[in-house]
Write a protein that binds this ligand. Structure first.
Ligand code: BGC
Length: 317
């Protein structure tokens, strides 16, 4: 299918690739076209899509030789030989037209419109929450109190998804205040003035700040049977500290789990689109504030430097 790109979100992964720290160009090529948080429009009828339909596309594609990919779960690929649009061995969406496998397209409802550009980061959060619930639910467990560390796009979207499920959420980050967090009905706490350990204990802790020291600390913030999920990436070589008995005693005696989650299964994409639309209905003004900077493609540098909210590159109106 031919897809015309409308808008593409920029994230930390794009910045890392642009700095030469991550990413692999397609075989026998020197360049990699970025762009994995895509919103586009279908150019012609076919495969159940009609011209003009808004779409996004999955990021990770099968390695073609492992059990997980054979079961259509490249998000759980067992070899690492997968490709990812705009990241690994496959060009992305930062260009006018893209030829896409129709099976990788995900329809965006008209009601969601340009907010469909948030589908990709939302799918990451959906996978994390689905796995957290599966892990937590392996034994009697209730998701009543959640802590989200970090208030970038992933932290905010995780906060909103948890609030959609009426979970009591505290979101903590460095900035003194965060209106978007509060508009969701979550409590915002600045880690500048507060220790995370003073916030009590949680059934679920999501680390979306990308700080390995905080990741280690999440274990000490769990209630009995609590689950900690790591989403932010921290590539720094460093030694992190953790009080011995938190790992050596409490993790065992209190049935804790710490796990990481990457990418998203197709079911998470479908849930992301549905939940974004439900969030838009419940908090219309807040959702409109998620994208704080929209720039044309040739101003990509400014988009990459932008901090405080999601920046997007606009290719077509
Ligand atoms: C993307 C994921 C991808 C991961 C690792 C993230 O930025 O959202 O889809 O799997 O990077 O490449």
């Amino acid at each position: 299918m031919l897809v015309r790109t409308l808008e593409v979100g920029v994230c930390g992964t794009d910045r890392e690739i642009s700095e030469g720290l991550f990413g692999i160009a397609p075989q026998d090529e020197q360049l990699l076209v970025l762009g994995h948080e895509a919103l586009g429009v279908v150019e012609q009828d076919g495969y159940g899509f009609t011209r003009g339909q808004l779409v996004t596309a999955t990021v990770r594609r099968s390695c073609c030789h492992c059990l997980a990919c054979a079961e259509e779960s490249p998000d759980s690929c067992l070899t690492g030989d997968y490709s990812e649009r705009g990241i690994t061995r496959l060009h992305g969406y930062d260009r006018e037209l893209v030829a896409e496998d129709p099976e990788q397209l995900v329809a965006i409802p008209k009601s969601l419109g340009r907010l469909g550009v948030l589908a990709e980061p939302t799918s990451i959060c959906e996978r994390a929450l689905r796995h957290s619930r599966t892990i937590g639910g392996r034994q009697p467990w209730q998701l009543e109190r959640a802590l989200v560390i970090g208030a970038g796009a992933i932290g905010l979207l995780a906060t909103y998804l948890l609030r959609l499920a009426d979970v009591e959420v505290t979101t903590a980050s460095l900035e003194p205040e965060n209106e978007l967090v509060e508009q969701s009905g979550a409590q915002y706490v600045s880690t500048h003035d507060n220790e995370l350990s003073a916030l009590g204990k949680f059934d679920l802790v999501i680390e979306a700040a990308g700080n390995a020291q905080l990741m280690a600390q999440t274990l000490g913030l769990l209630r009995r049977s609590g689950v900690a999920c790591l989403l932010g990436i921290d590539p720094h070589h460093q030694t992190v500290e953790l009080d011995g008995p938190v790992l050596g005693v409490d993790t065992i005696l209190e049935n804790h789990v710490l796990f990481g989650s990457v990418n998203a299964h197709r079911q998470d994409w479908l849930a992301a689109v549905d939940d974004l639309d439900r969030a838009r209905e419940r908090w219309p003004e807040a959702l409109e504030q998620f994208v704080t900077l929209r720039l044309p493609l040739d101003r990509f540098q400014e988009a990459f430097e932008h901090r405080g909210g999601k920046a997007t590159l606009v290719l077509s109106d």
